[in-house]
Design a protein around this ligand. Sequence first.
Ligand code: NAD
Length: 473
Amino acid sequence: MWNIDKAYIDGAFVPVQGSEVVETVNPATEQVIGTATLANRDDARRAIAAANRAQQALRRTGKAERIEMLEQLSQAVLARTDDIRDVTIEEYGGPLSRAQWVSQYASQCFAGAAKTLQSYEFTRRIGEATVVMEPVGVAGLIAPWNSTAGTVCSKLASAIAAGCASVIKPSELSPIQSQVVAEALHGAGLPAGLFNILLGRGNDVGDEISTSPGIAKLSFTGSTATGKAIARAGIDTMKRVSLALTGKSASVVLDDADLAVALPMAVNAAFMNNGQACVAGTRLLVPRSRMNEVAERLGAIVAGLRVGDPRDAATAIGPLASRAQYERVQGFIRRGLAQGATLLAGGEGRPAGLERGWFVRPTVFTGVRNDMDIAREEIFGPVLSVIAYDGEDDAIGIANDSAYGLQAYVFSSQPARAHRVAQQLQAGTVLVNRIAPELLAPFGGVKQSGVGREFGVFGMEAFMEPKTIAEAR
Ligand code: NAD
């Protein structure tokens, strides 16, 4: 049983001032596995003050010192990889393969930031001016529940590379993962206050971070609705804001694609992280002429997916993270049926034999129109909407007819054609014949999927501002 009642402030785990206690439930068993006492605004103020003290020294550090800090963080997190993996499974229900990937990424992102920094020039000449990239100041890093270790570590890596101290607020729905990540980061032995981590409600600790004059930059990952609230809250103190938000990504299967290769990847893209991924490719666009073949193959692929114990390496889909997520997904399945889509696989309720735990049936709808709720809204569960198109332009039009634009996927046997289609898709990232991300390339959304970019040099520059110094000759 986990009992978490401390926040990580000024280099130490200290008792929180807040008094609200939340329970954590293992989503695979519905057993209570821990409690967490949430921090409050006073805790947030202490964390912001500590970060501001640390900022003074951090902004004066050079490349070599920052690279050393990033390497220390990378080593410290690497040493806790297995623990991060295990709690990602226990608290969140992430299937083993995914939890493994996330736990490894948590240390790799520090190594990636160190590499980015190595070749980065902080100073450049423009005309007669010298332009210096300076850290923007203390950053508030706010993370969602569906990607705790990955989001916290990758934002922190970019912030430190840029020279920004931070106050980190992971989701109050993932206290155990946050605790283990905080312990791992503490193990790096960096100067006190450089990063501070506290759990709290969005309208309390989150709002304090978003409105405090002691925070210069907000880097937020979460839903579009919350992102808008944070951007509004931050504008009075003129915070620089990066928002990584909701997605409703399209996977476009062109008529020349090898379906035997493309469809397993497309299903993987839709159901990754139990379907609780911002980049999930949940709209599958297929040529009408190949619809029957697609349906037949999809039925077979989904029938072969093992749903169950996330600790088992053979499991493809674990439980959803909470009862609320389970109910939300059931609601979308009912709406899909009510609005006239056809159920090809799955449907309402739990999979046979899984009476406990927030397991849902991997579900595929065919006959979906792009104006149905299941094609327009982010479901955040393993529900795939298959939409037929007539010709390439129609496919591009349907893919782009969305409020969101985080990621898209193209499957084709002709690279040049796929590239041409990729260029016309409105998305921050387009993956062609692959679903693995390119980790140092910029990541972020267009339209309602966000503002700004993360990762690599673009992610680091999001924590910096150029200063122009022009001198008389
Ligand atoms: P959420 O928006 O409910 O919460 C995200 C974080 O914001 C949490 O830490 C929460 O406590 C905090 N928060 C809530 N209200 C706040 C407020 N008023 N002020 C400050 N902070 C506040 O999102 P969620 O349900 O935790 O995560 C799922 C969503 O995140 C999905 O929409 C998903 O697509 C999105 N997401 C996006 C990306 C991306 O990179 N684009 C990655 C992962 C998740």
